[in-house]
Design a binder for this molecule. Structure first.
Ligand SMILES: [Zn+2]
Length: 243
């Protein structure tokens, strides 16, 4: 038990060191998740310090679909180049899960690369209002994309981290991209709640739990995804933040 705890602290320290050793321009990293799904980490500044953000991409027969853009524009170009080098395929479509820059920051770079950039209508409205990058295409209701043999579904579970946060579900791979609605089990910090609905957030998480009981991977917006307890953990983090 003690060894596990020590290892956990060691891992956390290494992640922190990795984050702080990041200098601008930040360098993205990519890891294989499962099947045709990959996870990428980009960085942005949070309270003046580099902070990692998670995004996911799926390699389909027709090209690559990205869930959430990297945080920065330079990092988005890195993702375009890395994906092409690794898979010899172009990124063809992106879906941003809410309006903040850690999900939308690369939209203009994607547009220049002929990527079809998507968000919900609600996210687009908030991007306009806050001066964030805006997707070219929108959906109003929960939407299923069938692209090159891969099914990708969006679901709006209610307000939480922001009013507009959606999750993305890959039914075949059983990957749930939770975005910033979901907190990693590596943090006890509720994070940026400037645009949050903390009162509604628990019910929104419960909606996600009921909808995707069979998720094999749950990817939070930031930090580690090894644990499948992140939804339950998010409820605990919100509860502690309210005390
Ligand atoms: Zn975030």
């Amino acid at each position: 038990m003690m060894i596990k705890k020590c290892l956990f602290i060691l891992c956390l320290s290494l992640i922190t060191i990795a984050a702080f050793s990041q200098q601008q321009p930040f360098k993205i990293s990519i890891q294989h998740l499962t099947g045709n799904c990959y996870l990428f980490i980009s960085y942005g500044l949070a309270n003046g310090a580099p902070f990692p953000a998670n995004g996911v991409y799926v390699v389909t027969n027709d090209g690559v679909v990205v869930i959430d853009t990297p945080w920065g524009e330079d990092e988005t170009q890195q993702l375009i180049d890395s994906v092409y080098r690794r898979h010899h395929k172009k990124i063809i479509l992106s879906i941003s899960t809410h309006f903040h820059a850690d999900r939308t920051g690369g939209i203009d770079v994607f547009k220049k690369a002929s990527v079809k950039t998507y968000s919900s209508q609600q996210t687009l409205a908030l991007c306009k209002k806050s001066g964030n990058k805006q997707a070219a295409y929108t959906f109003t209701n929960d939407t299923t994309f069938n692209i090159g043999g891969t099914t990708i579904q969006t679901y709006y579970p209610g307000e939480g981290h922001t009013k507009d946060n959606i999750v993305v579900w890959l039914p075949k791979q059983k990957v749930l991209v939770g975005g910033c609605l979901v907190k990693s089990t590596e943090t006890e910090n509720i994070g940026n709640v400037a645009d949050a609905n903390v009162a509604q957030w628990p019910q929104t998480i419960k909606n996600v739990m009921v909808k995707y009981p069979g998720a094999k991977y749950i990817i939070p917006g930031h930090q580690g995804w090894a644990s499948l307890n992140s939804l339950k953990h998010t409820l605990e983090v919100i509860k502690s933040a309210g005390n």
